[in-house]
Write a protein that binds this ligand. Structure first.
Ligand SMILES: [Zn+2]
Length: 297
């Protein structure tokens, strides 16, 4: 018999919607699924988590998805929802890496159901595995002293700070961070002199260089997709119709993205100044040299 209770009807509608998105792999509905993860109905949240997992091969914004799933895994009051969120998160192993500490805590939290802890342990294992694969064939060096480092040290730095350090610099870095959580959070947002939130020290220095010279800039911290290319934060100088990109990594995926993005700039006939973490030690000097081609400083 059909129910006329409006909340039951609403719940049915939302469940059907979550299932539909999961079945049609509608990657554009990813934000809708993240919203459904907050639904008052546990079954809707479970289906939303499951559908987010199914979307993984379609490459939605994996950082936002992973953040939403990690939050559900930690805070949902239904163990089944937590379990499904963790299973889905394991399908975004590289993005899950940013939540490794939270996942490890879940895996060893004795107050949780066994199946929730098992799902958390699986997500941890998936993240570590993906990280090893992504970096297995590249050389690594210490962010701080530039010494070539081995894979173990590299992994440890990436897991703790999102940057590679040699053993010596890593110890130093840990000592510097009195409160570990705070440091990790801080690494995500850096404030420039004019108060803009940027994502790395390099970007902060570029922003400060521009504002000190009264060069107006627009900074965009959103992740957007242009075709299959993830557009990273960039600077746009409206007075000169000029773009500045700071390439912060050299992982294979990142470099592939970078090349596609450079191609897009070129094809669109955009003026672009390209800087990378390799310029870090002389960032202001190099930026000034490159800017001088377009602007009288
Ligand atoms: Zn070092």
């Amino acid at each position: 018999m059909a129910s006329h209770d409006p909340t039951v009807a609403e719940q049915q509608r939302l469940k059907a919607r979550a299932l539909e998105i999961g079945n049609t792999l509608d990657v554009d509905a990813e934000a809708e699924l993240r919203a459904l993860l907050q639904s008052p109905y546990p079954e809707v949240r479970r289906l939303a988590a499951s559908a987010l997992g199914k979307l993984a091969p379609r490459r939605p914004n994996e950082f936002l998805v992973a953040e939403a799933l990690a939050r559900a895994a930690e805070t949902d009051d239904r163990p089944q929802v937590r379990q499904y969120a963790l299973k889905a998160l394991a399908k975004y192993p590289r993005a899950a890496l940013a939540h490794l500490d939270r996942l490890r805590d879940l895996a060893r939290n004795p107050t949780l159901r066994d199946y929730v802890r098992a799902a958390a342990a699986e997500a941890v294992a998936a993240a570590q595995q993906a990280n090893r694969q992504a970096y297995a064939r590249t050389h690594h060096w210490c962010t701080r002293c530039r010494r070539i480092i081995g894979e173990e040290d590299f992994m440890q730095g990436m897991e703790l700070f999102g940057k590679p350090y040699c053993r010596h610099c890593l110890d130093e870095r840990i000592l510097e961070s009195k409160n570990f959580e705070l440091v990790v959070d801080e690494a995500k947002k850096k404030r420039t002199e004019d108060g803009t939130a940027v994502q790395s020290q390099g970007e902060r220095r570029i922003a400060d260089f521009l504002s000190q010279r009264r060069i107006a800039y627009v900074y965009d911290e959103r992740y957007r997709m242009a075709g299959d290319v993830r557009i990273r934060p960039d600077f746009y100088l409206p007075e000169f119709d000029l773009y500045i990109e700071y390439w912060g990594m050299d992982t294979p995926d990142y470099v592939a993205n970078m090349k596609k993005k450079l191609f897009l700039y070129q094809r669109a006939g955009k003026k672009l100044i390209s800087l990378s973490f390799r310029d870090f030690d002389r960032l202001e000097t190099i930026l000034a040299e490159k800017l001088a081609r377009y602007i009288r400083l």
